[in-house]
Design a protein around this ligand. Structure first.
Ligand SMILES: [Zn+2]
Length: 95
């Protein structure tokens, strides 16, 4: 029974399930922090989050409604930093 380290975390599925609530800012702060901690070290989840956000923004754009759900600045910074790190790893290591 050898599991390669590259295998996705078992947590991911749960994270995925919560991400949409996270984006709607419906999660309690503690849960947000747990998500962010996971996201900081899990590129697949980060990518999923970003694609999810895009589709949400598109939805709001279609409806033409004002007042999209704001992600708090701290969360944004954390995600942006994690996302950049992931991109750096991808771009740098591959050669
Ligand atoms: Zn994950």
């Amino acid at each position: 029974m050898s599991h390669p380290h590259s295998e996705p975390h078992g947590d991911c599925l749960e994270i995925f399930a919560r991400l949409s609530e996270y984006l709607d800012a419906e999660l309690p702060a503690v849960t947000c922090q747990e998500l962010e901690a996971h996201l900081a070290d899990c590129p697949p989840c980060i990518e999923f989050l970003y694609s999810l956000r895009k589709s949400i923004e598109l939805c709001h754009g279609c409806e033409g409604e004002e007042g999209p759900p704001p992600l708090n600045p701290e969360a944004r910074d954390t995600l942006a930093a994690a996302y950049r790190r992931m991109l750096a790893r991808r771009g740098g290591v591959d050669l």
